[in-house]
Design a protein around this ligand. Structure first.
Ligand code: BEZ
Ligand code: FE
Length: 279
C-alpha cells in the first residue's frame, strides 16, 4: 500500500520529502492499529477543535515537538559549553521594567508574606568566561501559586517580571519569591486528550530568562527549582539537567537581615554563558 505523492510540477523538494515521510508514517500507524473509520473521524474532529481553540502550539508543546525543534535549532550550542537553550513559552511579555542590578521582582509585602523568599545571583559571561557588562537579563516567573501576572487580575502589572541590567562585572541579582508549578491550559481539546491517555498537565516550577547583550547571540532559556514533584514528568518535556538549580536554604538571621527578610530563604547562584555573534 506504499503510496507515492504524485507531483505535477517540481517545486519545494524539502517540503515534498517531509510530506512524503509524514504520509508514510500516518499510513503505517493506521495499518498497525487498524484504525477504524469512527476513530479517524474523531481524530479529524479533535484536530479541527485544536484549530478552533487556537491550541496547535499547546499540542506541539505537550507532544514534545516544540522542545525538540528548539533543541535542533541550538544543537551546536551544547558543544560550546554555553547555557542550554529552552522554549520561550506563551507567557513572555516584552518591555518589562528596565532596572539596574540588584533588583526585586515583586512588592516588599509579597516577599514578607511569602512562604519562601528567593534570591538569585550570578553573572552573564562569554563562552570564554569573560563577564558581559550591561547585558539585559529579562526574567519572568509565576507566583507561589503558579500564576503569571498577565493571567491573574490580582497581581500588579508586570509583577514578577523585570529586565535587569548587569553591572561592570556582568553580575545580576534579584529578590523574589519561589515560583510554584502550574498546569498548562487543560480545559480545551489538548487537556482532554492528555487526560484520556492518562497524562497530567503539570509543569514543574521554573523561571524563564531571555538574555540580550550586544555582539552575542540572544539566549532564551528557563531554570528549574529542584525537588519539584513534576521535575521528572514536565508536561512539555523541557527539563534539562544543566538547567536545574542548586538551591541553598539560608537560616542565619544575620543573612536574612542582610536581604531585609524576616524568615529563612532560598538562594542560588547561576551563571549564563553566551555565544559571541558571528557576522
Ligand atoms: C511556560 O513555560 O510558560 C509554558 C510553556 C508551554 C506551555 C504553557 C506554558
Ligand atoms: Fe512558564
Amino acid at each position: 500500500m506504499d503510496q507515492k505523492l504524485v507531483v505535477v510540477e517540481k517545486k519545494d523538494q524539502r517540503l515534498y520529502d517531509i510530506a512524503e515521510k509524514l504520509t508514510k508514517h500516518i499510513h503505517d500507524v493506521v495499518i498497525e492499529y487498524k484504525v477504524t473509520e469512527e476513530e479517524w473521524i474523531s481524530a479529524i474532529e479533535f484536530l479541527t477543535e485544536v484549530g478552533v481553540k487556537n491550541e496547535y502550539i499547546l499540542l506541539s508543546d505537550v507532544m514534545g515537538v516544540s522542545v525538540l525543534v528548539n533543541d535542533l535549532a541550538h544543537h551546536h550550542d551544547h558543544e560550546e559549553h554555553v547555557t542550554d537553550h529552552n522554549v520561550e513559552g506563551p507567557l513572555y511579555r516584552a518591555n518589562a521594567p528596565l532596572v539596574k542590578t540588584p533588583a526585586q521582582l515583586c512588592t516588599d509585602e509579597a516577599i514578607l508574606n511569602s512562604e519562601q523568599p528567593y534570591v538569585m545571583v550570578g553573572q552573564v559571561l562569554s563562552v570564554d568566561g569573560n563577564p558581559i557588562p550591561n547585558a539585559i537579563v529579562d526574567v519572568w516567573q509565576a507566583d507561589e501559586k503558579g500564576d503569571y501576572e498577565n493571567e491573574d487580575p490580582n497581581q500588579p502589572e508586570y509583577n514578577l517580571r523585570a529586565r535587569i541590567e548587569t553591572d561592570a562585572k556582568g553580575r545580576y541579582e534579584f529578590k523574589s519569591v519561589l515560583p510554584g508549578g502550574y498546569e498548562i491550559g487543560k480545559g480545551g481539546p489538548t487537556g482532554k486528550f492528555l487526560n484520556r491517555i492518562g497524562r497530567h498537565a503539570w509543569r514543574p516550577a521554573h523561571i524563564h530568562f531571555k538574555i540580550v547583550a550586544e555582539n552575542f547571540n540572544e539566549l532564551t532559556t528557563m531554570v528549574f527549582i529542584p525537588n519539584d514533584p513534576w521535575i521528572d514528568s514536565d508536561a512539555i518535556g523541557a527539563v534539562k539537567d544543566s538547567l536545574i538549580l542548586d538551591l541553598k536554604q539560608v537560616d542565619s538571621v544575620s543573612e536574612q537581615q542582610k536581604y531585609g527578610f524576616n524568615k529563612a530563604f532560598s538562594i542560588t547562584e547561576y551563571n549564563f554563558k553566551l555565544i559571541p555573534e558571528v557576522n
